[in-house]
Design a protein around this ligand. Sequence first.
Ligand SMILES: Cc1cc2nc3c(=O)[nH]c(=O)nc-3n(C[C@H](O)[C@H](O)[C@H](O)COP(=O)(O)OP(=O)(O)OC[C@H]3O[C@@H](n4cnc5c(N)ncnc54)[C@H](O)[C@@H]3O)c2cc1C
Length: 417
Amino acid sequence: MAKIAIIGAGITGLCSAYYLSKSGHEVSIYDSGEIGKECSYGNAGLIVPSHFETLANPGILKKGIKWMLNSNSPFYLKPRCDMDLLKWLVRFNLFCTKKHVENNKYFLRDINLYSHGLYNDLYKNDDLDFELKHSGLLILCKEEKTLIEEQSLINESWELGLDASMLNKEELNKLEPNVNFDCIGASYYKCDSKIQPYDFMQSIIKYLKKSNVQIYENCEITDFDIKDGEIQSLSNSLNEKFSADEFVLSSGILAFDFAKKLDLNLTMQAGKGFSFRAQKNEFMDFSTPLILAEQKVAVSPYDEYVRFGGTMMICGNDLSIDENRVNNIRKAANSYIKDLNLQKNQTYDIWAGLRPCSPDGLPYIGKSKKYKNLTVATGHAMMGVSLGPASGKIVDNLINGNKNDIDISFMDIHRFT
Ligand SMILES: Cc1cc2nc3c(=O)[nH]c(=O)nc-3n(C[C@H](O)[C@H](O)[C@H](O)COP(=O)(O)OP(=O)(O)OC[C@H]3O[C@@H](n4cnc5c(N)ncnc54)[C@H](O)[C@@H]3O)c2cc1C
């Protein structure tokens, strides 16, 4: 049994704490803010084997350049003089190739399916109490050209053995008879599922507390002590010290700066997104989550409310709310869901989150070569929730010296050093 300290209590850190505690370790977890309130809070909660295409892909490069010039677009890159941004952009650009997408699609399918399987196990066992809906995911298309792109992804998903199909308007109406979508068709990924991420994290916290895991909120880890090539202890801003045998770095986007101090280049940029909730009414009477394809907006229906989220702003670690972009998410929803007519005053819990985005669109999970008792798990970009249990289980396996069920070499933490 080892003493383990985890830096960062988002979905990645909490899932790691869960599996490590189950393995019998003495676990402590530290978060600089309120637990689970950063990027893992207001996201769409989608579990997405359908997302087998890396964020860095040829399509995003073409659209990204066009979108960058439009203040209403779902993607925005704030020009700024920053070497880290420049290096990230150069790399991102190099990875926007068909070959890169091809090379990684099997891995992304496998890790998402693996994580989905772990969600199923967690749902069935008695430790946690959360809702897991095998809801599928609809990608609504307004334009013929988008529909053709989606058809080609569906063809690929068949090759990958995923349960997915194209739906025409009639089939869409049959699936969701109580709502009138303004689109010409959709792709439908039956293989995808959904959770409420904050509720899921709360249930892990409840379990951790029962299992005597020490949880430190509002405790920013600022430094560490090193001796003989191993981390000995962490310290916080009050200079309190926390010793352990093994350390896990799962602090989302902020892991980049922290890792620099440990000679690790976890190059990442924050991909800022926004979301809000609206109380359910008769025009939101659907149960399948949606992606509004042309506007890149995700819509997640829950029992009482619907969460709408979107936008990818590369603008540094800035959590301010951009009203214009939030309004654009609302307008997008109104344009795809007939009669919705969602007004600003009907929206609440308006939120911004910073997705930890690596330049190749793959997470960083692995053990440090330099500091043998350091394990890293971050860089999940748009899939941190989907990959939460897989990340936690892989961290647990790495620390226990167990073999992993999937090939984790794609997530090598040293690939940019
Ligand atoms: C609009 C939007 C929609 C999304 N939808 C989905 C979706 O449907 N499905 C999906 O899979 N993903 C989705 N994502 C992405 C997902 O939210 C992220 O990938 C995921 O939350 C990242 O989790 P994390 O635990 O790595 O980071 P975080 O949740 O950010 O957690 C990191 C934690 O580390 C703490 N921390 C940082 N530095 C320190 C320090 N020095 N000391 C102590 N603590 C520290 C922070 O306070 C934070 O709590 C979405 C994101 C956005 C913005």
